[in-house]
Design a protein around this ligand. Structure first.
Ligand SMILES: C[S@@+](CC[C@H](N)C(=O)[O-])C[C@H]1O[C@@H](n2cnc3c(N)ncnc32)[C@H](O)[C@@H]1O
Length: 185
């Protein structure tokens, strides 16, 4: 089993944005509770665990058991003991109530079977002053990433987030291929 979906995946993605800088830019700090929903192979999970440190905690979930095993192995190799990761559908996952400082979605909202349910779970898990972050591909033709027809436009993502009871706080570009939305409960 590999740590990645394809060789060199992390290096390619790091040309577009470094997870460490993205996480810092949205305000992740030591001691926080961070949730990585649809965490995949841990591109953000591992740097987030390093940034929140031993007084913080990362909860991560993905439907793909192989990806979850890869996250566990990466965490063990780095000696990170502050990650709770489970193989499950995000639609069926509540880690804890009003306990997350940040709920994070990276290139995943369009993948969920029921994005509205996943966002309503996020609303339940986030602290009253917490932050939701949604990073995703722009809905435009490009030689990589998911097909255009399954991508969510920034307007659609914003509408879904607001329908789940969040107030959109900021919308910005994250490199030329991605947008980043932050929202408060
Ligand atoms: C494009 S990957 C992004 C992974 C990760 N967020 C990242 O930035 O590397 C999308 C992930 O969503 C997961 N996924 C799809 N549907 C899901 C669901 N209903 N519940 C949990 N994870 C899901 C997939 O298994 C996959 O790992």
């Amino acid at each position: 089993m590999s740590h990645y979906r394809f060789p060199g995946e992390d290096a390619l993605r790091r040309k577009w944005h470094t997870p460490e800088n993205t996480l810092k830019s949205v305000g992740l700090r030591p001691g926080m509770v961070f949730m990585d929903i649809g965490c995949g192979y841990g591109f953000f999970t591992i740097p987030a665990a390093e940034q929140v440190g031993e007084n913080g905690r990362v909860y991560a979930v993905d439907a793909d058991a192989e990806a979850v095993e890869a996250v566990k192995r990466k965490a063990a190799e780095k000696g990170l003991r502050n990650i709770v990761v489970k193989a499950a559908e995000a639609e069926e996952t509540i880690f804890c109530d009003a306990c997350a400082d940040m709920v994070f979605f990276s290139i995943v909202l369009h993948d969920f079977r029921d994005p509205a349910k996943v966002l309503s779970n996020a609303k339940r898990m986030i602290k009253p002053y917490g932050k939701l972050v949604n990073l995703d591909w722009k809905k435009k033709q490009m030689p990589y990433g998911p097909p255009l027809h399954i991508r969510f436009s920034v307007e659609h993502a914003q509408a879904l987030i607001e329908q789940a009871g969040f107030r959109v706080e900021s919308v910005r570009e994250a490199g030329s291929n991605f947008y980043l939305v932050t929202a408060k409960p």
